[in-house]
Design a protein around this ligand. Structure first.
Ligand SMILES: Cc1cc2nc3c(=O)[nH]c(=O)nc-3n(C[C@H](O)[C@H](O)[C@H](O)COP(=O)(O)OP(=O)(O)OC[C@H]3O[C@@H](n4cnc5c(N)ncnc54)[C@H](O)[C@@H]3O)c2cc1C
Length: 558
């Protein structure tokens, strides 16, 4: 089937059926909601105005974590829930939510001493029921340096070593959406909710939408709507005339990416900034790169295009150089970056870093349910809560829905018994790549990104006769993402499906032509379209690797 045809069919279904639920927003929250509701037997549609996960859900630190620092704010309930969710989400997709031991260096003058670190990590483990080898260990200075030799040793006293998980936020969103599809949901990207239509009693009964690819409007009939629009939740509440005094606050966070050659980190590290601002930063290795983040500044600009300023980069480099001084990192070492906004629930008199990461549901008289705040880590529980609330609305109309089943619902890309099975599978994939004269060193990347779906990509690459081993694989990967993950534009592939824009920028140029040709063929490009897409890729590369200097004074450090 032509890729355009696939899209036309979905839009035809969306405009011809009547759904129990329409979810607005294809970030992790919306994806989780669509899956939860579809698995409970509701007929579900989900629309996303740009690409899936193009909002905050591709801009996070990508940790599935309890949030050690929220203990400081005494957010015990939040830490317990997200801490416990780590192991649950890991079991749903062990290839994608991977164990990542974290090192917390204890330094002279640091925010946590030996005793307080030990206590904090003990409480952290206790709240999440962490057991066995995963329980925190307190390390001597020598043991700490053995795990991470790049740490500044003259101020180092020791370290805390504890269990977290790392994921790829965009891929976690995509696998949730695909699992929702497998459970009957209709999902589509580049379709925007414009406004709502109401029945005689003032309840929403349909939504006016715009297909941003075709430039056409259409209507989706749905008896209930959940807005999971993240930073845009208030925008939709305004359209529904249902704003309340509680509003969303945007807190901007930036990450930078350095190649491992420049920062050969052995281990993920969570460290104090040297600025006495009470903040802590992560440095996390990922395949050939290390990423460092995050900042935390109030943001009032355009949430569709959030710039990284030189000031943001300097802040992160200064913090990294203070703890890894031998690296002597400079702005030229920054290969890539991303900036996102946390959609926090505004609390009067509090600053961003103090504002709770808890989620909140807003219910309007028109029936619109909006869910915002929260964390990537807690997406499954957030979905459960808001679909339960929808269940209350349905019950009033005499319809009962079953309880959530997502705790047992493995995501696409599996199944894997456990993480050991993922590691074993990686070896099999490396052998398959070698046997097919493709690049065996792509095995780790393929399995982390696609899990067992990697095999279909390799099989398709084997059938391609033209191109280098690298470009055959990338072309097969791009086509697979078009057919299975609704990648509409080449940037959807380079940025969110494959993560190359952020974590493997040098890998783009050698495969650019082949990937562009794959999209051109799939979507039947007309004159000039291919070149326009090439330009979009170039602009995206500039956007993530060159930093703005304007407006720096407008940023308020939180
Ligand atoms: C810097 C930073 C670091 C973070 N680190 C972590 C971390 O390590 N671990 C963790 O657990 N959490 C982390 N978070 C929080 C986490 O990323 C967010 O809680 C989560 O991604 C929010 O997802 P969402 O789906 O609610 O919002 P989004 O991902 O923004 O999704 C909302 C979607 O709605 C779409 N939309 C908006 N309006 C419309 C409309 N009218 N029609 C159709 N679609 C629409 C948008 O395009 C967008 O894609 C971090 C956040 C930031 C900013």
């Amino acid at each position: 089937m032509q890729a355009n045809e696939q899209r036309t069919n979905i839009i035809r279904n969306l405009s011809s059926q009547s759904f129990d639920l329409l979810v607005v927003g294809g970030g992790i929250t919306g994806a989780g909601v669509a899956l939860d509701a579809a698995a409970r037997g509701l007929s579900v549609a989900l629309i996303e105005k740009r690409d899936f996960a193009s909002g905050t859900s591709s801009k996070s630190t990508k940790l599935i974590h309890g949030g050690l620092r929220y203990l400081k704010n005494l957010e015990i309930g939040l830490v317990r829930e997200t801490g416990t969710e780590r192991a649950v989400v890991h079991h749903l997709a062990p290839h994608l939510v991977r164990p990542e031991k974290m090192l917390l260096p204890i330094v002279d003058g640091g925010s946590l001493g030996k005793f307080t670190s030990s206590m904090a990590l003990w409480v952290y483990d206790f709240l999440a029921d962490v057991e066995g080898d995963d329980k925190r260990k307190m390390l001597t200075k020598e043991e700490t340096l053995a795990r991470e030799p790049l740490l500044r040793d003259d101020i180092l006293q020791g370290g805390g070593y504890y269990a977290e998980y790392r994921t790829d936020d965009a891929r976690l969103t995509l696998e949730n959406l695909k699992t929702a599809q497998r459970n009957g949901a209709e999902v589509i990207n580049y379709v925007e909710a414009i406004d709502f239509n109401y029945d005689e009693e003032g309840h929403i009964d349909s939504i006016n939408c715009r297909d941003r690819m075709a430039g056409e409007n259409f209507i989706i009939n749905a008896r209930h709507v959940i807005s999971a629009a993240g930073p845009w939740v208030d925008e939709l509440r305004k359209v529904d005339h249902s704003m309340t005094p509680t509003r969303i606050f945007w807190s901007k966070g930036v990450h930078i990416v350095i190649s491992k050659e420049r920062l050969p980190l052995s281990q993920a590290v969570y460290f104090d900034t040297p600025y006495n601002d009470g903040r802590m930063i992560f440095a996390i290795p990922r395949l050939r790169s290390v990423y460092i983040g995050t900042t935390d500044t109030a943001y009032e600009g355009d949430p569709n295009k959030i710039p990284t300023y030189v000031e943001d980069v300097d802040y992160l480099l200064g913090a990294a150089n203070a703890i890894f001084p031998s690296a002597e990192l400079k702005i030229e070492d920054v290969e890539s970056s991303w900036a996102g906004v946390r959609p926090l629930i505004y609390e009067e008199g509090k600053e961003g870093k103090e504002m709770s990461r808890k989620d909140e549901i807003f219910e309007s008289e028109t029936g619109l349910l909006s869910i915002a705040g929260g964390k990537l880590t807690g997406y499954r529980k957030m979905a459960e809560r808001v679909v339960d609330r929808l269940g209350d609305q349905l019950e009033e109309k005499g319809r009962d829905i079953p309880k959530a089943t997502t705790k047992q619902l493995e995501l696409t890309g599996g199944p894997f018994e456990d993480y050991a099975a993922v590691v074993a599978y990686e070896k099999i994939v490396a052998q398959k790549l070698e046997a097919a004269s493709l690049t065996p060193d792509r095995a780790a990347y393929l399995v982390a990104n696609y899990g067992k779906q990697a095999e279909a990509i390799i099989e398709a690459a084997v059938k391609r006769s033209e191109g280098t081993d690298v470009s055959r694989l990338a072309a097969a990967e791009a086509r697979w993402c078009i057919d299975n993950e609704l990648a509409l534009y080449p940037m959807d592939f380079f940025e969110r499906r494959s993560g190359r824009l952020y974590f493997d920028m040098p890998s783009i140029a050698p495969v650019m032509d082949e990937v562009l040709n794959v999209f051109a063929k799939a979507y039947n490009y007309q004159d000039g379209e291919l070149e326009a897409e090439r330009e979009r890729i170039q602009k995206a590369i500039e956007w993530v690797s060159q930093f703005e200097t304007e407006n720096v004074s407008s940023q308020k450090n939180l």
